[in-house]
Design a protein around this ligand. Structure first.
Ligand code: BG6
Length: 527
């Protein structure tokens, strides 16, 4: 892309792509000095401001248990923004930093919420904000219910007051519960105080540009929908592979594992976007209705003890788990999961899940969807690969079917976000000389920048009152319902996850899942 300014795709896009600026907003962030606030929220807000989208009438009140003055919190925010802004260091301007404030308080103390009320009233007045309140729960999930109960009891949600409640929003981070029962309990607490239209449940994958692009790609082009289904597609593989290990999150992750941490949310959301029917419009509820309808059609897992003992599951229980052992990543040794700080020595928590899903509807009957996610794998690679059926017959004499691999369409989510299509073409030279080519569209080449952080999109949408990229509770419920038999079987069965060496791509049980159908996993990073 020699000259980005004149590329036809970019020319004249300003009008269509213009973003709507936010209304006047006061954000309260619970857990404001924590990891998520420092790595994602504060830098994303600063970038929204840098893009000219944050209303002048804005303030952020950080709330936490650590003692900070407003000035100290601004210093913390300035360095968090400098260190964590995707497209190079960003110096937050004083005009932005001056709108950040801090309130120390215990989350279970009613007086915290009384002081919060007084402080928010003062700040709204000072910044001319006529009640548009956003409350962001950036705290460990254990604290969600406590904070929501207190917010509700102190009258922050304005439930029942149709004029005011529309302008009050609650952002809840994942994980939303750790099983069906706890998710329902959390939702009941939320529903006691907040209307569903006020609740923004985050799955940050839905804020990624390339994930949103799945819908645009499918429903803004006429050529894909007619071939999008069992008549033309052989299988779909969805991969979230990370090189990172458990890092400093063992206290959370060891109680969670890959099924709860990634599979229940990010993976199933991507599955829903790839496989759902076209919604009637890009309206939040219509999109969510279609995703949920699709998830309801996923065939349930039925796992007996034999499935788990042999690691060679039956057709009804095509899901396996692994845990990384010691190995090598990037040329250096790395410890196994059980040797990581904070992990229980005999931990049976899975760090890899692979599954074969079937969708019982007309479009997808008998098309396998292979899903895998793992930590400490050979490469970072998040992609959706749609493999089409083989051509039925080769008419090119000496060139057999095996030399003409099926077409594959790849949505690459990260790294190197883009889309590519593999197809055959004539090679210059002899009359029948066929080669496999790849046509690639890369976001970075075209736009010359890193993709905006997903949290920018999600914060903007929440301030604008658009719930399309947030999960509704019935959507969360259906995913827990699907996974409960697996969680229960894994918990009750004495055998734990299979071990794979850190730095590997897979392990035999995961491979067997795909090989049983005569197929193979794509190599990580394969183009
Ligand atoms: C989070 C998980 O939701 O997603 C992490 O809790 C995981 O364990 C992360 O590392 C992956 O997100 P991304 O955007 O880096 O692919």
């Amino acid at each position: 892309m020699a000259n980005r300014e004149v590329h036809p795709f970019l020319a004249g896009m300003e009008m269509i792509c213009a973003e709507t600026p936010t209304p006047p907003t006061a954000i309260t962030v619970f857990g404001a000095s924590g990891d998520l606030a420092r790595r994602k929220l504060l830098p994303s807000l600063a970038q929204i401001q840098q893009r000219g989208l944050l209303h002048e009438q804005f303030c952020l009140l950080g709330c936490g248990r650590t003692e900070y003055s407003d000035e100290q919190f601004r210093e913390l925010a300035a360095s968090a923004i400098r260190e964590n802004s995707g497209n190079g260091p960003l110096e937050a301007p004083p005009a932005f930093l001056e709108k950040l404030y801090y309130l120390r308080g215990e989350y279970d103390d009613p007086s915290t919420y009384e002081r919060l009320k007084t402080r928010l009233t003062e700040l709204r007045k000072k910044h001319g904000i006529d009640r548009c309140d956003l409350f962001y729960l950036s705290v460990p999930p254990l604290l969600y219910e406590t904070i929501i109960e207190h917010l509700g009891a102190a009258g922050f949600s304005w439930k029942g007051d149709p004029e005011c409640h529309r302008r009050v929003r609650l952002m809840v981070e994942k994980p939303f519960g750790r099983d069906l029962r706890s998710a329902t309990q959390l939702n009941n607490v939320i529903a006691k105080w907040f209307e569903e239209s006020q609740v923004y449940r985050i799955d940050h994958y839905l804020g990624k540009e390339t994930v949103q692009n799945i819908m645009i790609f499918r429903f803004a082009n006429a050529i894909f929908e007619p071939i999008w289904g069992r008549n033309h597609i052989d299988n779909v593989q969805i991969t979230i592979a990370e090189t990172l290990g458990v890092e400093h999150r063992a206290s959370y992750y060891d109680q969670s594992g890959a099924l709860r941490d990634i599979f229940q949310n990010h993976m199933l959301q991507m599955l829903a976007l790839v496989a759902m029917e076209p919604p009637n419009s890009f309206d939040a509820d219509q999109v969510r209705d279609e995703k949920i309808k699709l998830l309801r059609a996923v065939r349930p897992f039925v796992c007996g003890s034999g499935d788990l003992a042999t690691g060679n599951p039956s057709a009804k229980c095509r899901i396996v788990r692994g845990q990384y052992g010691p190995g090598r990543i990037g040329g250096g040794p790395v410890p196994g999961y059980r040797q990581e700080g904070g992990v229980a020595p005999g931990s049976r928590t899975e760090t890899f899940v692979a599954a074969r899903l079937l969708i019982d509807n007309w479009r997808w009957k008998d098309v396998p969807f292979y899903l895998r996610t793992g930590k400490r794998l050979a490469r970072k690679d998040t992609e959706i690969a749609v493999t089409f059926k083989e051509i039925p017959h080769s008419l090119f004499g000496s060139v057999g079917l095996e030399q003409m691999p099926p077409n594959v369409l790849i949505f690459r989510i990260q790294p190197e976000e883009g889309i590519s299509l593999r197809f055959q073409a004539k090679h210059p030279g002899s009359k029948i000389c066929i080669g496999t080519l790849k046509m690639t569209f890369s976001y970075k080449d075209l736009f010359g920048m890193e993709m905006p952080e997903a949290y920018q999109r999600l914060l903007l949408d929440c301030m604008l009152g658009d719930q399309t990229l947030f999960t509704r509770f019935d959507g969360i419920e259906v995913t827990w319902r699907l996974l409960m038999p697996v969680l229960e079987a894994w918990q009750n069965h004495p055998s734990g996850p299979a071990e794979y060496a850190a730095g590997s791509e897979s392990f035999p049980q995961a491979d067997a899942l795909v090989e049983a159908d005569g197929r193979q996993w794509r190599r990580l990073g394969e183009t």
